[in-house]
Design a binder for this molecule. Structure first.
Ligand code: DON
Length: 297
């Protein structure tokens, strides 16, 4: 990787501060991990430092819901890019409470509502699922972060209540919000995340715990959605610069999938205007360019 293209960006972005508990993170950090389908792990920088996974959790929630709902879930959430910021409300009103995709906040809230209907303790079901995928029994959610998110929940609560008004929300909104924030506040490091998402690079199979997490077909579907909607209103730019299915979080993490080969996680807390890690994007671009990883040929 060309460090000269990445290092100067540290100091140029802005750590997420709309969730006050996230504003305290040291911005001057960078980590990367790559997990190969043969089980080999490569890492550099602060790959062992835990951070808040935030919207990366939306991929775990979707995977869990797909396992339990199959095709029927797509009646309640779309599969199109939104072209809008992750927390935008505008499309929801004129599209009758059906969110564009499972990776914008409204879509993830509907998916969380589905998981809420299916599990007695939805966050614990999710935590166990993530622990198993990452092969790390110590993973946990940061209560300070989730409490801070709940306190400043107005936008997410508005989306959920609007969907409820349209009949696309089954459970108590406040209960679902608590579980959604607990999932977003999971603390993981780059190695945990690269390992946890290895099934998406391996036709749905998780090698380290010998589990077919999704079918091969479902895996290509999730990767397709990640490529078109994983980076919100920057999905096109990410396809252009990196050319991989990916998902970002406002904690500064980005996961990317090199189908049939590697799962990757980069982390650097400072974000660009779309809420995606500035140095993380540059690192993935440099890596993809130098190794020829883009899925677009
Ligand atoms: O609900 C929220 O706004 C946050 N818990 C997650 C947002 C997020 O990570 C968007 N990703 N870039």
């Amino acid at each position: 990787m060309n460090r000269k293209k990445v290092r100067p960006l540290i100091g140029q972005g802005k750590v997420a501060d709309y969730i006050p508990a996230l504003a305290n993170v040291n911005p001057n950090q960078f980590g990367i991990a790559v997990y190969g389908n043969d089980g080999t792990t490569y890492h550099a920088g602060q790959a062992h430092t835990d951070f808040s996974i935030q919207s990366i959790s939306k991929v775990f929630s979707l995977t869990l819901a797909m396992k339990h709902y199959g095709e029927t879930m797509w009646e309640r959430v779309g599969r199109e890019p939104s072209g809008n910021p992750f927390n935008s409300l505008v499309q929801l009103e004129y599209e009758a409470g059906i969110p564009r995709n499972p990776f914008i906040n409204a879509g993830a809230l509907v998916v969380s509502d589905m998981n809420q209907s299916r599990f007695a303790s939805p966050h614990y079901a999710m935590r166990e699922f993530i622990r198993r995928l990452a092969d790390n029994p110590n993973l946990h959610s940061d209560k300070v972060v989730s409490t801070s998110e709940y306190e400043f929940r107005a936008r997410n609560a508005s989306m959920a209540y609007l969907m409820k008004a349209f009949g696309n929300f089954e459970n108590d909104v406040e209960d679902v919000l608590h579980n959604y924030f607990d999932n977003c506040a999971m603390q993981m490091n780059c190695i945990d995340l690269a390992k946890a998402f290895s099934f998406l690079a391996n036709k749905g199979y998780s090698r380290h715990n010998d589990e077919q997490v999704l079918t091969a077909r479902e895996t290509t579907q999730v990767n397709g959605l990640l490529a078109t909607s994983g980076l919100y209103d920057e999905a096109g730019n990410f396809a252009f610069r990196v050319g991989l299915p990916g998902k970002s979080g406002v904690g500064g993490g980005i996961i990317a999938i090199v189908p049939n080969r590697f799962s990757v996680c980069v982390w650097s807390p400072e974000l660009n205007k779309s809420g995606n890690s500035l140095a993380g994007m540059a690192a993935l671009e440099a890596l993809s360019e130098s190794i020829g990883w883009s899925v677009f040929g």
